[in-house]
Design a protein around this ligand. Structure first.
Ligand code: NI
Length: 203
């Protein structure tokens, strides 16, 4: 036998290509349009929602990705333009601008909470676990309070001690804002004092 002969065509097989279950991946990141920074007659809302008992349920990058992407894509579906957002392990905040064809905020949040809970429970292999506790939405009617809350949300990861500089936190709007807004807008917003704001944020 000559061991140096190549193997016959029937003696080897190609590895089957790796299959990827895309249904298990978070939806693509659906970036909002550039921020506007004027009050809107259709309403601008500041929303905070927390998990039940403030449990840190979104405690991995994949779970934070899931929640952030669902927030961004459902905001698009319900026609709420996100201007600032921060997604953390046990709560989130956002500022969203309404338009004439925006759907009801409560319906948008209901769908976000129900779909994110189902998907998170599936990832964790648990059934029927309550994920969300409540939410608070405030309509912003004064320019100062609106702009200060934009800054508050962009920088929320810093407030919670997760990063030193807001744009280092991947699941918030800071890096997007710095990339999308004009340098003057960024400067103006980041200058707003936020330590005096009364925001429920003891998460
Ligand atoms: Ni917070």
């Amino acid at each position: 036998m000559d061991n140096h002969l190549p193997p016959g065509p029937g003696s080897f097989s190609l590895k089957s290509p790796a299959t990827k279950d895309v249904s298990r991946e978070a939806p693509p990141k659906d970036w909002p349009h550039a921020p506007v920074h004027r009050l809107s007659e259709h309403g601008i809302y500041f929303v905070t929602a927390g998990t039940l008992h403030k449990q840190r349920l979104f405690d991995t990058p994949a779970k934070l990705d899931l929640l952030e992407r669902m927030l961004l894509s459902l905001a698009g579906k319900w026609v709420w333009q996100l201007e600032a957002w921060a997604v953390l392990a046990n709560h989130y905040h956002f500022v969203a601008r309404g338009a004439p064809d925006s759907g009801p905020m409560r319906e948008f949040l209901r769908e976000l909470h129900s779909r994110s809970a189902i998907e998170l429970n599936r990832m964790d292999g648990v059934e029927g676990r309550t994920v969300w506790h409540n939410f608070r939405d405030t309509r912003l009617t004064h320019q100062y309070s609106y702009l200060a809350r934009l800054n508050y949300v962009h920088r929320n990861a810093v407030k919670h001690g997760l990063v030193a500089v807001a744009n280092q936190y991947p699941w918030c709007s800071a890096a997007w804002f710095e990339r999308t807004a004009s340098p003057a807008q960024v400067k103006t917003i980041y200058r707003f004092k936020i330590d005096q704001l009364e925001v429920e944020d003891d998460f």
